[in-house]
Write a protein that binds this ligand. Structure first.
Ligand code: SAH
Length: 347
């Protein structure tokens, strides 16, 4: 099994059945071996720097009805909100003072944010903070809308593919959504020139090792700049409320595999990972992750952007989150970088 880890380390790829063996054959010793290799590649590319992204949760209105997500349209118990342009700029201002040089605008698929409103918002942020990157994470839009966002100055786009298996995709999403459209969006974004991020939930309902292997093959084919993975965590007001959450152990293992597949990838240690284990984000960094995304949303809306149950940091001010993370990162021998933290290919 170590041979497979070595092959992945030296060549950056495995055949599907090899990924399957590597995942099914995992044990503590092999995990440690893989984490060590992942850390060494990460350190070679990015040193001990951890990049921070200020997450601004624009809106929890959503026209979609993803079966796993707490802000799905059918969750009538969600209290809906959307931030104004002024509130968003205020979040950026606070964030800038705390050392953030990337702002991630994430939200449900909210029709309120038309192309004109979004481009105006992006231009305003870039005018006020010219040395910052703007990342969007607002779901599926047309090619022309993505192009307009890019031309307005947006730098990066996060759109998790969720699962690369079309049957699996259709069990997690309503009939109006498909893996085909998701994939088209990701290739459109890449063509336009965004730094692009895909990703999936670990342990999502109906996930199998074969389907994870399909995710890995898709990731290698897309060659994204960023990959977001975190454990699935059930939300009590969704149809998947009774399903088992994903595990820390498998998430860490897959983080390391992805680091070995894409040595220069920007790989967040996610809030969901910090939610299933108090040391989850630190362990993610030690498995090869190099990004954390603390919350910059106003405290008044934090509780409302509940994608899953028990989400951490919903009561904390931006500054508290920032310094708490700094302590955590430093406790394991890494440091927070005050920089845009672009992918190595962009530098
Ligand atoms: N509407 C945007 C942003 C979605 S929220 C979009 O479509 O891209 C960001 C990510 O949170 C999703 O891509 C999903 O992978 C993750 N997520 C949603 N519900 C979750 C849950 N119950 N557990 C863990 N992660 C979840």
């Amino acid at each position: 099994m170590k041979q497979l880890a070595d092959k992945l380390y030296t060549t950056g790829r495995l055949m599907p059945d090899e990924y399957k063996s590597l995942i099914e054959g995992r044990n503590n010793e092999l995990s440690e071996y893989l984490f060590e290799k992942a850390r060494s590649i990460r350190i070679r590319n990015y040193g001990h720097d951890v990049y921070i992204r200020g997450l601004i949760e624009l809106s929890n209105y959503c026209k979609n009805d993803c079966l796993y997500c707490g802000i799905r349209r059918s969750n009538s118990t969600a209290q809906r909100y959307r931030l104004t342009k002024e509130e968003i700029l205020e979040c950026c201002n606070t964030g800038y003072g705390l050392g953030f040089r990337t702002f991630v605008l994430q939200g449900g698929e909210d029709g309120h944010y038309t192309v004109d409103k979004m481009t105006d918002l992006i231009r305003s942020i870039k005018a006020a903070f010219p040395d910052c990157a703007v990342t969007l994470s607002i779901g599926e839009r047309s090619y022309d809308a993505y192009k307009a966002f890019f031309d307005a100055g947006a730098d990066r786009y996060l759109l998790r593919h969720e699962t690369a298996n079309p049957q699996h995709y259709s069990r997690l999403h309503p009939a109006s959504m498909s893996f085909e459209s998701r994939k088209q969006c990701l290739y459109d974004l890449k063509k336009i020139g965004f730094q692009v991020g895909c990703g999936f939930m670990v342990g999502s309902p109906f996930q199998t090792v074969d389907r994870i292997v399909e995710d890995l093959m898709f990731i290698k084919e897309l060659e994204p700049h960023m990959v977001g993975i975190g454990p699935f965590i059930p939300h009590h007001e969704t149809p998947l409320a009774g399903c088992e959450p994903g595990t820390l152990e498998l998430t860490l293992y897959l983080l390391a595999i992805i680091r070995l597949m894409l040595p220069a990838v920007l790989l967040p240690s996610t809030t969901a990972l910090g939610t299933i284990d108090p040391k989850g984000r630190e362990l993610g960094i030690l498995a090869g992750a190099n990004v954390v995304m603390p919350n910059l949303s106003p405290v008044s809306v934090r509780e409302k952007y509940m994608l899953y149950d028990n989400k951490i940091c919903t009561g904390d001010e931006a500054a508290e989150c920032r310094y708490c993370l700094q302590k955590r990162v430093e406790s394991i021998g890494y440091r927070i970088a005050v920089s845009r933290g672009d992918h190595k290919s962009i530098l």
